[in-house]
Structure formats: C-alpha cells, structure tokens
Design a protein around this ligand. Structure first.
Ligand SMILES: Cc1ncc(COP(=O)(O)OP(=O)(O)O)c(N)n1
Ligand SMILES: Cc1ncsc1CCOP(=O)(O)O
Ligand SMILES: [Mg+2]
Length: 540
C-alpha cells in the first residue's frame, strides 16, 4: 500500500518502545489501543532489538497498521523498511545520510529527519521537496526515553526557530512534529507557542513514546491526547482571555473584584523586594505570602484566587521554582513572571530560559532591557539588573513587547518612562499546522501608558518588582468572568498614577517609599480610574 504523502496525518504520531510496556500488555496491544483511539502515524523504534526479532515485530505492527489504514515508519533501519515494504523511514543526524536513504527507498516512501536547528533546515531546503517529507523537531523537553541524548532540550523557543527556518528557506512541503517529553500537561502550550513568526505554520503534530507505550490504559491515554489535539482553546487561567480595550469602567470592575476576592499572592522573589512587595500587596486589598517551600506550593495554588509572582531574583532552588510553575498551571491559576536581569549574566540567562520553557505565564513583565533581550533585540549585553539608561525608541519597545507576547502566548509588559502592554494570548486559541493564520506579532493589540517621567521611581529599591506584586494581585483577584488584559492594564495604570502622585508628595527617596504605598492604597480604595493621572492609549 502506498500512502499519498499529501494525505499523511501527522497529528498524533506514536513511536514505539517495547522496553516500557506495562504488565499484561504487548507491543501490538499498545499500538492497537492507540490506533483505535486516534493515533494517525506509527513508528517502530526498537533500539536494542536484534534484526530478526525486529523484523518479526515490524511485520506484526505492520498488520495492525494496515487494519487501521495508518502508515508505518521504521526508525533507523532502512534495510528492515525495504524488507517489509514499510511506508517510510525516520533517520537522525547521525544515521544514514538522507540522499542515500532516499535513493534506497525510492520517491514514494515517507522520509523523516530529526532536526534541532535552523542550519539543518537550510540543508533540507537545499535538497528540495523530493528528499525530506517531515521533520521531528526536538528534543523539546527532557525525557528518559531517548538514551544518551546528544542535544539538550530546545523548548518551544527552539521549535519556533526551526519553524521560522522552514518559512525562511521556503520549505513549504516539509511537515513537522514536535517530540520529546510531550504529555497532556504541556501539549496545548506547545501547539500554542510553537508558531512561525510569520504566523503561517505551527507544528503539524506531536510525536510521543511513553505517554502511550507506558500507559496501563493506552486507550484512555490516547483519548486524552486526541481531545487535546482536536481542541481549539488553551484555557490556561480561569478568567476571560477575549480581546478587549480596557476602559475606566472595566478597570473599576477589576478593582471591585480584587477587593471582594482578596487574592492570595504568593511571592517567590528576591530578598530586597520581599518586605516592600508584601506591603504593596496589602495596600491593594490582597494577601501576600512570601513562601519558597516546595512542599506547600500545591496547597497554596489551590487556595481560591491564588496568584504566583515569580521574580527570578529569588534564590529558591530551581526545582522549587519549577514545582511552583507546574502547581499553578495545573489548577489554572495565574503566574506573573519577572525575569530580573534576564541576560545580565549567563547564570540568569540560563535560569530564566529554563523557567520560560517550564510553563505558561499569564503575564511576563520586565524593564526595557529585559524585554528587548527576551525578544532577542538587545544587541549589547544588559548592564546589570537595572533598566538600561537613556531613552528607548517607543516603536522598538512596542516591537519587542509584541514579540515576547507572541512567542510566549502571554500578556507582555515592558516598563519604563512609557509602559507598553501587549496581549499575545490569541484568546487561548490554537490550531495544528496553520499557526495563527498569518497574524504576526506586529498585529497584536498594544496599549501605551504614560504619565511623564518619574525619576524618583528609580531611586528606590523594588519599585519595578512591586509592579509585579500589583499585577499578580489584580489578575489573582479576577472572577472567572473577569478579563486578563483589563486586569494587567489596570494594574500598570494604577501603579504609574500612584508613582506620579507619590512623587509630588515626597521629600526624598525615603518618604517616596512610604508615599508610594499610601498612593496605591488611596487610589485603589477610591477606585476612580477616570481620575488617575496616567494616560492610556492604543498604539497605532
Ligand atoms: C518522529 C521522530 N522524531 C525524532 C526521532 C529521533 O530520531 P533520531 O534522532 O534518529 O534518534 P533515535 O530515535 O534513532 O534514537 C524519531 N525517532 N522520531
Ligand atoms: C525518539 C525521540 N527523539 C527525541 S526525544 C525521543 C523520545 C521521546 O519519548 P517521550 O515521548 O517518552 O518523551
Ligand atoms: Mg536514529
């Protein structure tokens, strides 16, 4: 049987591994359970099996695949593929070169290649459409299934680079599957985030091993995966994600919700910020807890209206930070991420990039340098953890904020004399293959908040970090009917206005600290956004 390449469905691509079979199951029973419930492509990958047994197993699996009219791909072994007339082969960078494999297989068979970086995409593009039919993009996340991996996990950002390269090198024929550590808790985020910058393609499917092969109930496991793949919305927080333009009335409503819900704001933050952040949170009618205890993150996340502020000036062990991200994502409670000093040092760059691949953030906020670096627009290395000096071009700041919002599917906030806020959530919508239907970062809605310069804001500690406390309070206090963008914009507008008010009342930086808390308290409890001094406008 020859499958027309254009008809191959890459959406749920099962790769086998008989070393992880649960008791009472067989290679074929697990494969059939998958095929019955929505697996659309199968690859037999048995790295430690002798040829004779491998052929026997491949023939058995081939029978089952034929029953469901699903193509069978053979991993590594071109000889076995030819011997049993399989539907295709998958090889990696260290296996037989693609042109040789294609010469042996002939033009009609499906040929897959493992790809981890843009230079490999450039090569396949040069070969043209008659060589590689699809690429396995990975390893996305760490996995125990692939022994002695030569590459460290690339995360969704690495996959975006591959998708961008496919578009840049015009390899339009080439399909893509993500692979490596894919499970129900990250698949929607991966499909949402892994979109080419031109919005014209996302992954065509996901490929996995252990989630099905090691499942005691492979039917249920496959059904769960199928439901996620066929879904259209990733509701990563329990509030509204629909596109809005915030108004004084909608911000007033957010404050009413925060007042009434009194959110618990868990701070995982640096020592300098802890005390002031707690007082800012209290001033906003919210309840702070400064906890970095891994064993309690799940309990805290389950408290009604919980909200996590993750400020990577924190000295908590990375395992604790990762556990907190998972715990809050699991219960769809919001996480505000503040990548302090994002690329000031290799250590911070590595820590922040690692955490950025671990979960979905409701809001990512940073100063100009941090956001420019996150967007990979900051040419010179960041200078310390403070916002870089000197004026920044607003258009560049907006562009950087849009890129961060687009790539992380989040509400991105860039703070400075002018604050930029961009909604990159797309309402949580996602779709295999077609990306965002051509909508790019530049098309994302952006609002600008300004109130003239407030130089004294930079003369106190934790002023930027405490905007994080304010955002976390506002989004944590939302009702399920509350709107995420309204809450973030409202928080930034309040904070900017309070800063301006405090600067007119203080005698110096010492009293500015106190006046800022007073101003936040006063403006919050008065709840008259229409009277606040800071202005809010749409960008363009
Ligand atoms: C769909 C898919 N993607 C990637 C791989 C990995 O192939 P490779 O790099 O050759 O590594 P091994 O699988 O041979 O260990 C794959 N098999 N399938
Ligand atoms: C074959 C392969 N190639 C890259 S990761 C991987 C194994 C993926 O297994 P799992 O889905 O269990 O993480
Ligand atoms: Mg291989």
């Amino acid at each position: 049987m020859v499958f027309a390449k254009k008809d191959v469905d890459y959406s749920l691509y099962l790769v086998t591994d008989s070393t992880m079979l649960p008791p009472g199951t067989t290679l074929c029973s697990q494969v059939e359970a998958g095929l019955k419930n929505g697996v659309t492509l199968v690859q037999i990958r048995e790295k430690d099996t002798e040829t004779k047994k491998f052929i026997e197993e491949a023939l058995e699996v081939q029978k089952v695949c034929k029953k469901y009219n699903v193509p069978l791909i053979i991993n590594d072994r071109i000889d076995v593929a030819m011997a049993i007339d399989a539907d295709g082969v998958h090889v990696g960078q260290d296996d037989m070169p693609i042109p040789m494999v294609r010469k042996l297989l002939g033009p009609s068979k499906i040929l897959g290649w493992s790809v981890g970086k843009p230079s490999e995409v450039e090569t396949l593009a040069k070969w043209g459409p008659d060589m590689v039919d699809y690429v396995g993009v990975g390893t996305l996340f760490s996995t125990l299934t692939k022994k002695n991996p030569k590459k460290s996990p690339m995360g969704p950002q690495g996959a975006i680079a591959v998708l961008d390269a496919l578009e840049d090198f015009k390899a339009s024929w080439c399909r893509t599957v993500g692979i490596g550590g894919l499970h129900p808790d990250n698949i929607q985020r991966v499909i949402c985030q892994c979109v080419a910058s031109n919005g014209k393609r996302s992954l065509d499917g996901i490929s996995l091993v252990s989630d099905i092969m090691a499942a005691p109930d492979a039917c249920a496991a496959t059904k769960r995966l199928r439901k996620l793949l066929d879904g259209i919305k990733y509701q990563f927080v329990d509030c509204k994600l629909n596109e809005t333009f915030p108004t004084a009335a909608s911000i007033q409503s957010v404050i009413c919700q925060v007042s009434s819900n009194r959110p618990l704001v868990q701070h995982m933050t640096n020592k300098v910020h802890q005390n002031f952040g707690a007082n800012v949170t209290l001033a906003l009618g919210s309840s702070p807890i400064m906890s970095e205890i891994e064993s309690e993150v799940s309990e805290l996340a389950r408290i009604p209206n919980s909200s996590l502020l993750l400020n990577t000036g924190s000295v908590a062990p990375i395992g604790t930070l990762k556990a907190a991200i998972s715990a809050y994502n699991e219960v769809k409670r919001p996480i505000t991420f503040d990548p302090v000093g994002y690329s000031a040092t290799e250590t911070r760059l590595c820590l922040n990039n690692t955490l950025l691949t671990c979960g979905q953030f409701a809001c990512i906020k940073g100063n100009c340098s941090e956001i420019l670096s996150l967007a990979k627009l900051n040419k010179d290395k960041m200078k310390g953890v403070d916002a870089s000096s000197g004026k920044m071009d607003v258009n560049m700041l907006v562009r950087a904020t849009q890129i961060v919002a687009f790539q992380y599917r989040t509400i991105a906030v860039c703070t400075g004399e002018v604050d930029c806020i961009v909604d990159g959530t797309f309402g949580g919508k996602y779709k295999l293959s077609s990306g965002t239907a051509g909508v790019t970062a530049e098309d994302l809605p952006c609002v600008i908040i300004e109130d003239g310069s407030i130089p004294i804001m930079g003369d106190i500690t934790a002023s930027g970090c405490s905007l994080g406390s304010t955002i976390a309070s506002f989004i944590g206090g939302l009702d399920p009917t509350g709107n995420l963008f309204d809450a973030v914009v409202g928080a930034v507008l309040l904070y900017k206005s309070a800063g301006k008010l405090a600067s007119t009342r203080c005698q110096g930086s010492g009293s500015f600290h106190v006046q800022l808390i007073d101003a936040l308290y006063q403006l919050f409890h008065e709840n008259k956004p229409e009277k606040w001094s800071a202005s809010l406008r749409k960008f363009k």
